[in-house]
Design a protein around this ligand. Structure first.
Ligand code: SIN
Length: 515
């Protein structure tokens, strides 16, 4: 993706390429170019500027997008503030019906949304379809939670008082989402916010804005009242809009998914107005295979977990620890599977794994491989750029004989590199697994029930996968500990992030009646 500082009006006419892309959608009107969604309307940026979004597979232009700045974001915040008083008074059941309708429209338009994801993110269409289903399920789940936001009746300590609590929406929320799940990371935040009765301003990633805008269009069609959902797009003004969302006193809550570094900055900025926060930050997931594991299950889990999204998810395995007794066999089986991958354009049906998002992602992968090689790691699969396919393709890679002094032992790679570390004992591997500052997900494979409890309890992470490499589920709480952040998304806990608990004390009831 490249910045286009001042896009002349004429460039807003779609190029033949663009016409081709959007016209291949069943509903081309889902492809929204050069406009943000503010107060229920599609508007160009006030400055008239746009930026380009490129296909990570071909580096061709996907389209141009409104380069919003603080003026646009302020208009979006104002729209949300104006919409909030009426929206919060809808009953949970009324909000549930809106979310359910949005879910239905996501399902009806799944193919088009999946195409948009593949164009701008690069993931294979089959995987993109899986993401659309995952994304839609947050609308379904929270449509079911919206009518069930109970308070408590509390026995008072003070004689004559009555105490009860009610759940109220926190207010206008600023949501900042990443490019690796262009649809699901939006719905995972927007759905609980709306279920709680909040209005939102969503700053979507510059790499994948078109999916977000299409999801917003479906929300519009579902009848979400104007101003309740606002989407601002930007490349260049990302820091400015991030600062506004974290400092404007109208915003009462910020939810961010992204890197730990940016999360810390946003948290600092939010401190001036003490906003409620949810931070879904970076991971560095340990993936442990004990000698007693079902080896084939562990291999399948490793492949699914490590290479999902070409290694670009926060919950991807980053460090594979395999016990000595099965180390060689595990490495051999994983290598065979990786060698069978078909890397390519996500629209090619044979493709199992797409490109990385941009050249910075490639650079990090290369740096981690170089570091591992220089310290004795042996590459048994991949290891090279796939330049003949395009600028952002990299061979899925397996490295054996990894050691704790290598960068991958402590830093997240966010790419298709499986570094396999040998270990001897349970105590040793748990110590290594916990020796990082982050703690999002962790996985292990074992058939020993006592070990399952012991290790699950000992891992310093927010989510543990036991005998599975895939843990994402709208019904299950998603979130981390340590520097992976705080707050939980999805599940029965997700809505609480967008609510306050108000205590009401009714005094002076006098003495109770005695029968
Ligand atoms: C993420 O990478 O942040 C989300 C992964 C998931 O929801 O499975």
């Amino acid at each position: 993706m490249t910045q286009q500082p001042s896009c002349p009006k004429s460039s807003k006419v779609p190029s033949p390429q663009n016409r081709h892309w959007s016209s291949s959608l069943k509903d081309p009107s889902l492809f929204k170019q050069d406009v943000a969604y503010i107060n229920g309307e599609w508007r160009p940026a006030k400055s008239g500027r746009t930026f380009k979004v490129d296909d990570p597979s071909t580096s061709d232009l996907v389209g141009t997008c409104a380069e919003c700045d603080a003026q646009d974001a302020r208009a979006a915040i104002q729209a949300a503030a104006d919409a909030f008083p009426a929206f919060r008074t809808l009953t949970g059941r009324e909000r549930a019906k809106l979310l359910r309708k949005w879910y239905d429209l996501m399902v009806e338009n799944a193919e088009d949304i999946a195409k948009l994801i593949t164009w701008e993110n690069g993931k294979p269409v089959a995987e993109a379809k899986g993401e659309v289903a995952y994304a839609a399920n947050f609308f379904e789940w929270f449509s079911e939670e919206a009518p069930r936001t109970y308070g408590d009746t509390i026995p008072a300590t003070v004689p004559g008082n009555r105490v009860w609590t009610v759940k109220e929406p926190v207010g206008v929320c600023g949501l900042i989402t990443p490019w690796n799940f262009p649809a699901a990371m939006i719905t995972r935040k927007v759905a609980p916010a709306l279920a709680a009765g909040c209005a939102v301003v969503c700053k979507v990633p510059a790499e994948t804005p078109f999916t977000a805008l299409a999801v917003a269009e479906l929300g519009h069609r579902a009848g979400i009242p104007k101003g309740v959902v606002n989407i601002v797009t930007t490349l260049e003004n990302t820091p400015e809009i991030g600062e506004l969302l974290t400092t404007d006193p109208v915003i009462k809550k910020v939810s961010f998914t992204g890197s730990t570094g940016v999360g810390k900055l946003l948290m600092k900025q939010s401190s001036g107005t003490l906003k409620k926060l949810s931070m879904e930050l970076g991971g560095n997931a340990p993936f442990i295979v004990f000698d007693d594991a079902d080896l084939d299950l562990a291999v399948a889990g490793a492949i699914a977990c490590k290479f999902r999204g070409t290694g670009q998810t926060c919950v991807c395995a980053n460090r594979l620890y395999v016990q000595e007794g099965i180390y060689d066999e595990f490495v051999q089986k994983v290598t065979e599977k990786v060698n069978a991958f078909k890397v390519g354009n996500g629209f090619d049906e044979a493709t199992t794994h797409g490109p990385l998002i941009h050249d910075r992602a490639i650079a990090k992968v290369e740096a981690h491989i170089k570091d591992a090689k220089s310290k004795g790691g042996k590459i048994v699969a991949g290891g090279e750029k796939l330049s003949k396919l395009g600028a952002n393709f990299f061979q899925p890679t397996v490295i054996r004989d990894m050691t704790p002094d290598m960068a991958m032992a402590t830093e997240e790679t966010f790419g298709p590199v499986a570094g396999v570390f040998p270990f001897k004992t349970e105590a040793e591997v748990v110590k290594m697994a916990n020796q990082v500052e982050v703690g999002l997900a962790g996985y292990f494979f074992s058939r020993d029930l006592q070990r399952v409890y012991r290790v699950a309890e000992a891992l310093e992470v927010g989510m543990v996968g036991v005998n599975t490499g895939i843990i994402s589920d709208p019904a299950a709480p998603f979130g981390g500990v340590k520097e992976s952040g705080f707050g939980r998304e999805g599940s029965k806990y997700g809505i609480a992030e967008y609510q306050i608990t108000k205590t009401i004390t009714y005094g002076g009831m006098g003495k109770p009646l005695q029968s």
